[in-house]
Design a protein around this ligand. Structure first.
Ligand code: CP
Ligand code: NVA
Length: 321
């Protein structure tokens, strides 16, 4: 059983729910999902079959590229006894202008759940509104909640706890990872500090909501332009690419704007000696992080990538079984 929170299964309602952003879930639900992920991971490692989704099908709509999300969801469904269908927006009628609402209604007649990776967060909300089956957000410009569930699982495995830790995110604050990390951290009692250049601060509404939730659950949110201030005493350091998918035209400007926000040895000396480094990947060595850090002893990025599989299997089981 995780942490101090006693889980009352009767209060947890996952079945049929969507998984769009972590702010929709209570601390108990997030911890329950992590507990479930650990159990499923143990079963998989021991070679024990766990066909909780036998006969179920997940439709996966991708409007952006993916390595980890696509493969981990597909493998996860297979390991749970189900099946996943990859639906590239280049190939389905959605890419030729069929409406999101019609797509949602039609696909709901065939599959048991939908995962979507797209640009605007409102597209995922619209899909969820018109689908009669659970919808999982596999990344939007605003949020990347399944990645953060994997991140929390990784931190828990390496630190043995979540509550009371300090997580520091360096880089683009107005980014899906920063937003979902903020929402996730405050729910599990972790303090979060975010250091971003002026003009790249996190979304104001998400920040306000996180500060409010933090007060309720005993965590703090610090937003600053000063990377050293943010990293001081951190247990976990996280960064992400400076140019997210869809922002390619801004690459040159961003390289300049973020130049002093690199996670490197000099910056990391302000963290705790046993800090761990996370990055959702793909990474750009020499930009947001040096090779010395991402390939060094503090880095847990490949455990983190593996945990996409286990964390998502927990989500899929609880929503679809
Ligand atoms: N971290 C992540 O979402 O990776 P992909 O873009 O490869 O899915
Ligand atoms: N912020 C990055 C995350 C990639 C997994 C992007 O949106 O491109």
């Amino acid at each position: 059983m995780l942490e101090a929170i006693k889980l009352n299964e009767n209060k947890l309602q996952f079945k049929g729910k969507d998984f769009l952003q972590l702010s929709d879930f209570s601390p108990e639900e997030i911890l329950y999902l992590l507990d479930e992920a650990q159990e499923l991971k143990a079963m998989q490692k021991q070679g024990k079959p766990h066909p909780y989704l036998s006969g179920k099908v997940l439709g996966m709509i991708f409007e952006k590229s993916s390595t980890r999300t696509r493969v981990s969801f597909e493998v996860g469904m297979l390991q749970l006894g189900g099946h996943a269908i990859f639906l590239s927006s280049r190939d389905i009628q959605l890419g030729r202008g069929e409406s999101i609402s019609d797509t949602a209604k039609v696909l709901s007649r065939y599959v048991d759940g939908l995962m979507i990776r797209t640009f605007g967060h409102e597209s995922v909300e619209e899909l969820a509104e018109h689908a009669s089956i659970p919808v999982i957000n596999g990344l939007t410009d605003l949020q990347h909640p399944t990645q953060v569930m994997a991140d929390l699982l990784t931190i828990l495995e390496h630190k043995g706890k979540l509550a009371g830790l300090k997580l520091c995110y360096i880089g683009d604050g107005n980014n899906n990872m920063a937003h979902s990390l903020m929402e996730g951290a405050v729910k599990v009692g972790m303090d979060i500090s975010i250091a971003s250049p002026p003009g790249y601060l996190p979304n104001g509404k998400i920040t306000e909501k996180a500060i409010k939730a933090g007060k309720q659950y005993g965590s703090t949110v610090m937003i600053t332009n000063d990377p050293v201030e943010a990293v001081k005493g951190a247990d976990v350091i996280v960064t992400d690419v400076w140019t997210s998918m869809g922002q390619e035209e801004e690459t040159e400007k961003r390289l300049k704007d973020f130049a002093s926000y690199q996670v490197n040895k000099e910056l990391c000396q302000y963290a705790k000696d046993d800090f761990i480094f996370l990055h959702c990947l793909p990474a750009h060595r020499g930009e947001e992080v040096t090779a010395e850090i991402i390939d060094g002893p503090h880095s847990v990025v490949f455990d983190e990538a593996e945990n996409r599989l286990h964390a998502q299997k927990a989500i899929l089981k609880l929503l679809l079984a």
